[in-house]
Design a protein around this ligand. Structure first.
Ligand SMILES: [Zn+2]
Length: 254
C-alpha cells in the first residue's frame, strides 16, 4: 500500500479534505515521481499557484499537471477553463496529465499518465456555465473524456496500489511520442483514427474503420471528406509504425 498518511502533519491546520489531499499528494509526487519522457528520476514541484503547472523535469523540460481525486477517473477528468484548454491544445502547450486516485484512508489506489500529445480537442467536453449565484458566474470549465483518447494514450503508473515498473511507463510514453511531431490540428485526426483502430480486432479492414464515419464526422464537422481523411490517417499511422498494411486492403495493428 502506498500510504500518504505518514505526512499528514504537512497538512497542518487544513480542515478541507480536498486541500489536505492536494498537499499530501503533491508532497508524495514531489518525492516519488519520475519523468516518463527521459531517464530523470526526479520531477520538481513548481512554485505554488502557478496556473496549470505542477511539476517539471529539469533534464528534458516536460511539464506535468497533477489532478487528484477520491473518485477513480473512470470516464472523465475535471479540468479548468474550457477556452484556456482549447487554446493550449491549438498552440501545443498542454502539460502531461497525471490523474491520481486516493482512497478514503489516504493511500494511493491508482495513478494514470496521459502524455500531452495523446489528447486533442475531441477529448475536451465543455461544461455548463456556472450559474448566476456562483462566485465566478458564467465561467465555463471542461472535462477530459478518457473514452475519446486512444487506450495506448492512457498509461498506468499505479494500478490498484501496485506500482508499474518505470521502464514500462517510459516505453508506453515513447510509443505515443511520434504523435508529438504532428501539428496539433493534424494530430487530432490521427488520435481519433488511432482510437478507432485500437477498438477493432488486431486485423481489420477499411470497411471496419468506415463504420466510425458518422462518429468521426461529428468530431470534425468542418471536414466533408471523412473517408478520404480516414485513408490518409491510416497511412500516417502506418508511417509511425502503429499499423502495417496487408496485401488486400487489410490492416494489422503492431
Ligand atoms: Zn524528463
Amino acid at each position: 500500500m502506498i500510504d500518504l498518511q505518514c505526512n499528514t502533519k504537512l497538512a497542518g491546520d487544513y480542515k478541507s479534505k480536498s486541500q489536505i489531499a492536494r498537499i499530501l499528494t503533491e508532497d508524495w509526487c514531489g518525492r516519488t515521481l519520475y519523468c516518463a519522457a527521459c531517464t530523470s528520476d526526479r520531477l520538481h514541484q513548481s512554485t505554488a499557484n502557478t496556473p496549470g503547472l505542477d511539476f517539471s523535469c529539469n533534464s528534458c523540460g516536460e511539464t506535468y499537471q497533477l489532478k487528484s481525486s477520491s473518485r477513480y477517473p473512470a470516464n472523465r477528468i475535471v479540468d479548468s477553463a474550457y477556452s484556456a484548454m482549447i487554446s493550449a491544445i491549438r498552440s501545443d502547450h498542454v502539460p502531461n496529465l497525471l490523474a491520481l486516485h486516493y482512497s478514503q484512508h489516504w493511500s494511493i489506489s491508482n495513478l494514470l499518465l496521459i502524455p500531452r500529445f495523446s489528447y486533442s480537442e475531441s477529448a475536451i467536453e465543455k461544461r455548463r456555465p456556472l450559474g448566476p449565484n456562483a462566485r465566478r458566474a458564467g465561467w465555463i470549465g471542461c472535462n477530459i473524456l478518457l473514452s475519446k483518447i486512444p487506450p495506448s494514450g492512457i498509461v498506468n503508473v499505479i494500478t490498484e496500489g501496485i506500482v508499474v515498473p518505470k521502464s514500462t511507463v517510459r516505453n508506453a510514453f515513447q510509443k505515443m511520442k511520434p504523435l508529438a511531431g504532428l501539428r496539433p490540428d493534424a494530430r487530432g485526426w490521427s488520435l481519433d483514427v488511432l482510437r478507432v483502430v485500437e477498438q477493432l480486432p488486431e486485423k481489420f479492414s477499411l470497411a471496419d474503420v468506415y463504420q466510425f464515419e458518422v462518429e468521426l464526422s461529428r468530431l470534425h464537422p468542418g471536414n466533408k471528406h471523412v473517408r478520404d481523411k480516414i485513408r490518409q490517417q491510416l497511412q500516417v499511422l502506418r508511417d509511425m509504425k502503429y499499423l502495417r498494411f496487408g496485401g488486400r486492403g487489410d490492416y494489422e495493428r503492431i
